[in-house]
Write a protein that binds this ligand. Sequence first.
Ligand code: FAD
Ligand code: NAP
Length: 314
Amino acid sequence: MTETRHTRALIIGSGPAGYTAAIYASRAMLEPVLVQGIEPGGQLTTTTEVENWPGDVEVQGPDLMLRMEAHAKAMGCDVATDIITDLDIDNRPFTAQSDSGTTYTADAVILATGARARWLGLPSEEAFKGFGVSACATCDGFFYRGEEIVVVGGGNTAVEEALFLTNFASKVTLIHRRDELRAEMILQDRLKKNPKIEPLWFHQLDEVLGDDNPKGVTGVRVRHVETGETHEIPCKGVFIAIGHAPANELVKDRLEMKEGGYVKVRPGSTETSVPGVFAAGDLTDDKYRQAVTSAGMGCMAALDAERFLATQDD
Ligand code: FAD
Ligand code: NAP
């Protein structure tokens, strides 16, 4: 169906940044439309326990995001199940084309498209994606009951995924290119105490090994980063957890960027290089990348948009 919808504030993305912007923009009577994208609720829907969201000692990521969605709707935000496929920010009102065929026009745009899992880029990783290679333990861990698994990475995600996978796997090997983890101390402590997890320091994943008929992973070949020596580890699942890259496809040629493809904003604000376009959350944050900081930036973006629109109305 093709239709055109106009809004004062178009919010693109439904993670903590997008929903918080929606709550503030609704309360500012901007009658925002929020487009959820391919992952309603964002990255937290791919995890289980969240232990650092203030006010909840422990909350399940997907539950928290459903609560945020309900909160945004209760404040009056129009939440659209749709994906923005193209965004024109060269002229105002801004115009966004969507997967459903709807054209959204907007006086202000809040970009909250977050980040997506990074991959190693190995041909064998690509070949076995969905057949034993995954970037989401919560989504796929269940398939590996009683099996051996490897996890690649050394940050919070890798350690959390390794811990979570011990609920299913008989053994989890954590492959990291250094002998020091980036993960928070509380997670490192849990890792050390878990008898099912064996860290493999100073190693890189060289190749995912597998069969074609039936298609599936049988192991990995790893390489010592200093000696170059290789060996194989038998496993049925390979979880890649080497960080996230900003989801900047809609604006990468149109806005000023920081190193790494993060959208550049004026310090202390969410203003991008185009007046009327604001950015919040993991899309612009190369430092903190937390749910609570994303939510904070979503609040800032809505307040910045409100002020911008007020100056346009004068
Ligand atoms: P995201 O959550 O990345 O959401 C981006 C949104 O943009 C999605 O809804 C997506 O559908 C939408 N989108 C993208 N492109 C388009 C498009 N073209 N059109 C429309 N919509 C689009 N942080 C914590 O503080 N505590 C934790 O315990 C924690 N655990 C984590 C566990 C895992 C496994 C991961 C991966 C991350 C975790 N994080 C945690 C980090 C946290 O999830 C992120 O910092 C936070 O989700 C970023 O929020 P965001 O709103 O910027 O974007
Ligand atoms: P990250 O912190 O950027 O860590 C990425 C890890 O992958 C690093 O250990 C890095 O190694 C390794 N790596 C990167 N590229 C690699 C490559 N090509 N080959 C091998 N290893 C590679 O990413 P993250 O763990 O996904 O976390 C992203 C953000 O989300 C962080 O801000 C994190 O705090 C947040 N998060 C928070 C929680 C929580 O609060 N509980 C949970 C999950 C995520 P080096 O260390 O050697 O660089």
